[in-house]
Design a binder for this molecule. Structure first.
Ligand SMILES: C[S@@+](CC[C@H](N)C(=O)[O-])C[C@H]1O[C@@H](n2cnc3c(N)ncnc32)[C@H](O)[C@@H]1O
Length: 282
């Protein structure tokens, strides 16, 4: 078993380069401790003799499982049900009523950086509640595409099974009872909700051409990790995936301002979203 080893400056720079190329994540100069502890863990897990050997293998790009685990270890998968509340209030109070008039069928929403699925399933719950309160207003079906770079969080999303701790984070007991079934340990999303969402692995640096067009895109709490150039690139490619009048919902600390003119800010009492700018030319 390898002892814990300190990463050299050269190794740190090589690793930083690898991470930015493979998933867009920018590592600051002050993450030596974090990188050292996480990579030492993986050096042991994959039975390499030294950290250097592990980094060499990573560079050669021959071990897919190692590459996935490294990206997994360096990304933040933090999420919760109805995270920040306001995006879901805006869906219910403003965007669904507006879409009810436009009658898209299906109504398509992309949860980019879906993590373990809480965002996608929260959208489905809000959609179901909107339909129950406003019978007949939306006749089309809802189709959600949830994508993420991390296979391990996508597995949880696809299974729709959550432990007792994660089920509590942001989910009311009423919604839990209505939309989940109790397991021996934890809870499982009901099959009717699962049929409305398709989860698949996708790196946001890759092409979006096969995804089709969307009415709404959720891209929350992931752009913060990327360079300015990558933010612009992702935002403009997302703009091209939106139907006219389509809406982008970002994380509370994220904004397209300064990166692209493809979106116009829309302020609702609950918060801010970004509508495709009809005058924008790609
Ligand atoms: C903090 S979570 C956000 C989850 C959810 N959108 C939310 O706001 O609760 C960020 C997610 O982005 C994913 N991610 C990071 N880099 C990515 C990339 N290049 N392509 C796709 N997903 C990426 C991570 O795997 C992680 O699940």
């Amino acid at each position: 078993m390898a002892d814990d080893q300190v990463i050299s400056k050269e190794q740190y720079d090589t690793f930083r380069d690898f991470l930015e190329k493979s998933c867009g994540i920018l590592l600051g100069d002050n993450k030596h401790y974090l990188v050292t502890s996480r990579l030492n863990r993986l050096t042991k897990e994959f039975s390499f003799n030294t950290l250097g050997e592990m980094l060499d293998s990573l560079k050669k790009n021959i071990n897919k499982a190692l590459r996935e685990r490294v990206i997994d270890a360096m990304t933040t998968n933090e999420t919760s049900w109805f995270r920040d509340t306001y995006p879901f209030e805006i869906l219910k109070g403003h965007l669904f009523p507006e879409l009810a008039k436009r009658k898209p069928n299906p109504l398509r929403i992309w949860s980019a950086a879906a993590s373990s699925g809480q965002e996608s399933y929260s959208i489905i719950m809000i959609f179901d509640e909107f339909k129950s309160k406003n019978p007949g207003q939306i006749s089309g079906r809802l189709e959600i595409i949830g994508t993420d770079i991390s296979p391990s969080v996508l597995k949880i999303a696809k299974d729709g099974k959550y432990d007792d701790l994660s089920i509590m984070r942001g989910l009311s007991p009423e919604r839990r009872e209505k939309y989940f079934s109790k397991l021996d340990s934890g809870w499982e999303v009901k099959p009717t909700l699962k049929t409305m969402v398709r989860f698949s692995e996708m790196n946001l640096q890759q092409s979006y051409n096969l995804l089709g067009k969307f009415d709404i895109i959720f891209c929350r709490n992931v752009l913060i990790y990327f360079s300015s150039e990558l933010k612009t690139d992702i935002l403009e490619r997302m703009a091209r995936c939106l139907n006219p009048g389509g809406v982008l919902i970002l994380g509370g600390s994220e904004s397209p301002t300064g990166y692209t003119k493809a979106f116009e800010m829309v302020r609702y009492p609950e918060g801010v979203v970004y509508r495709l700018n009809g005058d924008w030319k790609p």
